[in-house]
Design a protein around this ligand. Structure first.
Ligand SMILES: *Cc1c(COP(=O)(O)O)cnc(C)c1O
Length: 416
């Protein structure tokens, strides 16, 4: 990737600023995930992690379907695939969104409240149709200790576990709704395979007890997404092999039931294929600390500022220097990497030890394919947007053989 960034830089006059997507790596990664999940498990992609149509196009033939959280996402999905299954969730659904979901043939709708049950039933009866639903549960406990928690703590998501019996009774009484199961998305960025498998087991137990107690017949257990990326230690990622081994044991334990188990992962699917490459515009020292200023920043990659953590990067050296005066640099020092915005919050990495960095070099941030561009405030300060480049095998051939690319850039999630 460094070589490609160098050659792309040579072709450009303006300071470099681009999102790069390693498309072969994305396809290889998603193929690996879908092919190693046990039977009865289906992997959906949670579109909000990165809704770029090129990414959706690459994933559509490989994933089981997409998870959407708005009508806009549903429309993006239908723009790349007219028939692929869609799960639709999220708090605060409007009448327009629900009508859109019916219009676009959403497969299952995750219901977030009892009011939403009544609203759905009302709209479905007006349209002379029925809607297939899962009840989204906000568990009281047993949610792994991940970076973000949507359940297990008071949040705006789902129906409180203790109110689920009432919600089941209500759903059963509404003629235009079909209750097919439960939805448990509860956390984001869980990097621990054991607690994730335990969570799936816990969801099985809950759904089973409700099915028996309330005499319903369910078909789906949606355990959500939430598998994480370890941004702080890139060589210590979620152990997928261990997870799928444990998951198989969970399925054996519950072999008396034949529900389909739905996963709707976002971050874990697209994070590793994305890179954000951005040129250093200035280097200076303030109050004894070095700052590198980039032709970009948190308006393109908000994640590190949002989570107040340093995002991993490598330095791509650029030899060209256009000016007749001294090129600013730092050697063997700690640098804080800041963007071009006029706010002290625009920091991508703090006090990182680097061997050598100069104005005009490019910083290459990895693992930016999920919750990168999609969650950022692009137009704050009205700077130009980055380029978005989708690298295919041909782009790598010019630099070195494909074999080299395969071995060098093979997904660390897979090799570890
Ligand atoms: C965001 C979200 C996901 C995906 O979460 P990741 O942490 O990216 O895997 C899945 N389901 C729902 C309901 C979500 O809101």
């Amino acid at each position: 990737m460094e070589k490609i960034v160098q050659s792309l830089k040579m072709e450009r006059e303006k300071p470099f600023c681009a999102y790069l997507y390693h498309m072969p790596k994305l396809r290889q990664h998603i193929n690996f995930l879908t092919s190693t999940l046990p039977p009865l498990c289906h992997l959906f992609y949670a579109v909000k992690a990165n809704s770029d149509p090129e990414i959706l196009k690459a994933l559509a033939p490989i994933v089981h379907g997409f998870e959407a959280a708005s009508l806009g996402e549903i429309e993006k999905i239908r723009g790349v695939d007219e028939n692929i299954p869609i799960l639709f969730g999220g708090p605060g659904k409007t009448q327009e969104e629900i009508e859109g979901a019916i219009h676009y043939g959403v497969t299952l709708l995750n219901v977030e409240s009892t009011h939403e049950l009544r609203l759905l039933n009302h709209i479905a009866s007006q349209k002379g149709t029925s809607i297939s639903i899962l009840l989204r549960v906000n568990l009281r406990n047993s949610v792994p200790n991940a970076k973000l928690k949507m359940a297990g703590v008071p949040t705006q998501f789902g129906i409180d576990e203790q109110d689920i019996p009432d919600a089941i009774a209500l759903a059963k009484s509404l003629p235009n709704l079909r209750l097919y199961g439960f939805h448990f998305h509860a956390m984001s960025n869980n990097c621990d395979s054991k607690t994730h498998a335990d969570f799936v087991d816990h969801c099985f137990g809950k759904a089973k007890s409700w099915e028996e107690e309330w005499n319903i017949n369910i078909s789906y257990l949606n355990v959500g997404g939430g598998i994480g990326i370890n941004y702080l230690e890139l060589n210590n990622q979620f152990n997928w092999d261990d997870f799928t081994n444990r998951l198989e044991k969970v399925l054996v334990k519950h072999r008396d039931i034949s529900w389909k188990v739905l996963f709707e992962c976002g971050r874990y699917i697209t994070s590793s294929c994305g890179y954000y490459a951005v040129e250093v515009l200035d280097i200076k020292q303030n109050h004894g600390q070095y700052f590198c200023i980039l032709r970009g920043g948190s308006h393109h990659l908000r994640l590190p500022a949002a989570w107040k953590q340093s995002h991993p990067f490598t330095i791509v050296p650029v030899e060209k220097w256009a000016y007749p005066f001294e090129r600013p640099k730092v050697i063997n020092s700690a640098i804080t990497v800041a963007g071009e915005l006029c706010t002290p919050n625009d920091v991508l990495a703090r006090e990182i030890q680097v061997p050598n960095v100069r104005v005009g070099d490019i910083l290459l941030f990895s693992y930016t394919g999920a919750y990168g561009w999609s969650i950022s405030h692009h137009d704050f300060l009205s700077h130009p947007h980055p380029e978005h480049l989708y690298l295919e095998p041909d782009d790598f051939i010019s630099e070195q053989s494909i074999e080299f690319v395969r071995t060098r850039y093979i997904d660390p999630l897979i090799t570890n």
